[in-house]
Ligand binder design. Structure first.
Ligand SMILES: [Cu+2]
Length: 320
């Protein structure tokens, strides 16, 4: 029994060299949001005390301010951003690109934290790396390695601290009284020439409108469709009259119900793709929209009941 626990502990230690690395306390953040970075230093270099820590600020992290530390000297390097970042209505074109805390002393047996605050640009997503250099009384450790494509940070000896940023929700498209939200699609299996489109439309006006279909460069056309039970079988049919949106109503196109059919795909849709398209309404006219492509069989981004029947696209492809 105790041998099993020891073995498990040993395995955990082997698979988690991260305890020795310089890491961010909060490795996940959201685009367009403020971020407080806490760099954690849990050891020195070869037993000698840490006397300085320098961290590079990645593109997409703007308006950075370091927190001073008693007993440490603070230095920053300023520089231009590759793209201006708007922070609370203010356009920032440059700011802190490197922070160095020096002159203090953290023993190898001690732990310390180095803190800054900043703002993540609205358009940023994915991994942001903050290469850090830890100088000690003897030597330095350069936490600057960035994993190559397909490589894990675990394979690296000195991985740079990483911040994983989740993309912000795309803003709702508003066209006159119509509000279009959460347009999404699903990855298509190889060879499929048909895809789906889902979204939510709210009519905030006082007259009804009608979604008639749409267009996109990646396919021949976009049709409005519905699902219907016929003799116990779920069947899909084209809604040739479109989909009416009554004043004040919200229509949700979702798996198992009314949906958009992206017909005649020129190439497969891959998870992570953004598909620009236009929707055509009877009154509002042509409205641009972007479909975020989720995984094959992904549920709607908003919580919808899981009991919805799946549509069968194979039949539909034969019926074209
Ligand atoms: Cu369909």
């Amino acid at each position: 029994m105790s041998r099993i626990i020891l073995a498990a502990l040993a395995a955990a230690c082997l698979s988690l060299p991260a305890h020795a690395h310089i890491t961010l306390e909060k490795p996940d953040a959201n685009a367009g949001q403020p971020y407080k970075g806490v760099l954690r230093v849990g050891h020195g270099c070869e037993g000698t005390p840490t006397i300085s820590l320098s961290v590079q600020i990645p593109d997409g992290l703007a308006g950075v301010k370091p927190m001073p530390k008693a007993g440490w000297t603070l230095q920053t390097e300023q520089g231009a951003y590759p793209e201006a970042v708007t922070v609370s209505g203010q356009k920032l074109t440059s700011g802190t690109r490197r922070i160095t805390w020096s002159g203090g002393r953290v023993l190898d047996s001690e732990y310390d934290e180095f803190v800054f605050v900043g703002q993540l640009a609205p358009g940023v997503s994915g991994a942001l790396y903050l290469p850090a250099v830890q100088a000690c009384e003897k030597g330095e450790q350069r936490w600057v390695e960035i994993p190559a494509a397909g490589q894990s940070a675990r394979d690296l000896t000195y991985p740079a601290p990483v911040l994983r940023v989740a993309a912000s929700e795309p803003k709702a498209a508003q066209s006159g009284p119509l509000r279009i939200e959460q347009a999404w699609s699903r990855a298509t299996p190889g060879g499929a020439n048909i895809g789906v489109g889902y979204l939510r439309v709210t009519n905030t006006g006082s007259t009804p409108d009608r979604l008639l279909g749409g267009a996109t460069d990646v396919a021949s056309r976009i049709e409005t469709h519905d699902m219907k039970m016929e003799d116990g079988v779920m069947k899909m049919r084209a809604l040739t009259q479109g989909i009416e949106i009554a004043p004040g109503a919200t229509i949700e196109l979702k798996p198992g119900g009314m949906h958009l059919m992206i017909v005649g795909l020129k190439q497969g849709l891959k998870a992570g793709d953004s598909v620009p398209a236009t929707l055509r309404f009877e009154k509002a006219g042509v409205v641009p929209v972007t479909f975020n492509v989720l995984g094959m069989g992904a549920p709607a981004p908003s919580a919808t009941p899981a009991s919805e029947p799946e549509m069968d696209h194979s039949k539909h492809m034969q019926a074209k």
